[in-house]
Design a protein around this ligand. Structure first.
Ligand SMILES: Cc1cc2nc3c(=O)[nH]c(=O)nc-3n(C[C@H](O)[C@H](O)[C@H](O)COP(=O)(O)OP(=O)(O)OC[C@H]3O[C@@H](n4cnc5c(N)ncnc54)[C@H](O)[C@@H]3O)c2cc1C
Length: 379
């Protein structure tokens, strides 16, 4: 997120920009995710912003001169409950209204796209409906991050990995709303004087905001994922089971890469792996595609989701502190959002041009009790 914002700021001529990261590029969730990119959502903001993000992804390799292994095999959502089926019908209607090629499918139609699916499910919960958008896809996350980093650096942005933000220098603000205004960022490598900062620290964003007295409601939550041995290409879409929280796709290298929701994991920063995850994931995976029971897991890792109370991000200025902008709370979909958010936030920061789509995601909504919703969160 931070690199995409910096790249887009530089493209708009603002090159006096520094990106700080406590670890290395790809050390956070952006280097640990499943690379899923979809416009297949249940809210207008997510649908419309992701349509734009997919268009950026389609041009990314050419623009950045880096192969990101972008493959548009679609997303296939499955549901096994009546309530979720209704939700899916409403989401598909909304997506079609905004011009997406999403279709609501019967279980049999879903099996035409992936003939290996077991519609009955070994646990007895049969698939009731599915939805498919052929334009969704998957990328390999690392070159995407490196592409933004290289692109930003070429335009004059300074990228400083292994540099920890440890505090902010502030002074009293003369604006009506704010308590203080930003004067500088204190880092493990010294002070950087600036009047403007963007908190794009993902699951660590509450920790960073706290340094200037802001209490964000986000909570980090460990999310595990794994990759199998490579197989001959056979699986076209990313499959997501809305009921179990399972998702998986086949990478361009042939691996089956996927994860599953696990509500038993306590909130908090934790990037460790567990045997329990492998059990949960493999049971759910084999339930959908029994044949995958023969495939071996090669690699397992984890990262942190950045959860907000209403499953929508927190974006834009924070009234209490002048010069402090937030771009976090992207749950398990901040990677796909980064291309469009970088573009839109750069416009906002340079020209002061916000849009209704982003305004909704303001920090004030929590104090005002104006919570939003999104029903197509997976993992
Ligand atoms: C297993 C898994 C699967 C996922 N699958 C998908 C998917 O398929 N599609 C999708 O779109 N999203 C997915 N996500 C979510 C996605 O990865 C994140 O939403 C996104 O990467 C967040 O990007 P970010 O830049 O906000 O945060 P991050 O990439 O986490 O970057 C935040 C950075 O801030 C740095 N930082 C923290 N504290 C400080 C400090 N004090 N000073 C300086 N730097 C600091 C960290 O080192 C880190 O590098 C997944 C996440 C996980 C964990």
């Amino acid at each position: 997120m931070g690199l995409s914002i910096a790249y887009n700021l530089a493209r708009r001529g603002l090159t006096d920009v520094v990106v700080l990261d406590r670890t290395y590029l790809c050390g956070g969730a952006s280097g640990r995710n499943g690379g899923g990119i979809r416009a297949h959502w249940s809210s207008e903001s997510n649908i419309r912003l992701m349509q734009e993000s997919i268009r950026i992804c389609e041009e990314f390799a050419r623009e950045m001169k880096i192969n990101v292994w972008f493959r548009q095999g679609g997303y296939l959502f499955l549901t096994r409950s009546e309530a979720r089926k209704k939700g899916l019908e409403a989401s598909v209607a909304l997506q079609q209204r905004f011009g997406l090629r999403t279709e609501l499918l019967t279980p049999e139609q879903a099996r035409k796209i992936v003939p290996e699916i077991d519609l009955d499910g070994r646990t007895g919960n049969a698939v009731l409906a599915a939805s498919y958008n052929p334009d969704d896809g998957v990328v390999f996350p690392w070159p995407f991050v490196w592409g933004y980093a290289q692109g930003a650096a070429k335009l004059g942005v300074e990228i400083m990995p292994h540099t920890d933000v440890v505090g902010f220098d502030t002074e009293p603000s003369s604006s009506g709303k704010a308590r203080v205004r930003i004067k500088g960022v204190r880092t493990s490598r010294g002070l950087i004087e600036t009047r403007r900062v963007v908190n794009a620290a993902g699951a660590w964003s509450p920790e960073v905001a706290k340094l200037v007295g802001i209490d964000l409601p986000n909570q980090p939550h460990r999310h595990e994922i794994c990759a199998s041995e490579p197989l001959k290409p056979w699986l076209k879409p990313l499959i997501a089971d809305l009921d179990s929280g399972l998702y998986f796709s086949q990478s361009m290298r042939g691996e089956i890469v996927g994860g599953i929701s696990n509500d038993d994991v306590p909130h908090g920063i934790d990037q460790g792996s567990s045997a329990r995850f492998l059990g949960l994931y493999s049971k759910a995976l084999v339930d959908v595609i029994p044949r995958l029971g023969h495939v071996k897991v090669l690699r397992q890792w984890a990262g942190c989701y950045d959860l907000t109370p209403d499953a929508n991000p927190i974006v834009g200025p924070v009234d209490e502190v002048e010069g402090f902008e937030n771009a976090s709370g992207f749950m398990g979909h901040g990677f796909m959002m980064a291309p469009v958010m970088g573009r839109r936030l750069a416009e906002w920061l340079v020209d002061g041009k916000s849009t209704e789509l982003l305004d909704k995601w303001n920090f004030r909504r929590f104090a005002e009790g104006k919570l939003l919703s999104e029903g197509m969160i997976i993992g």
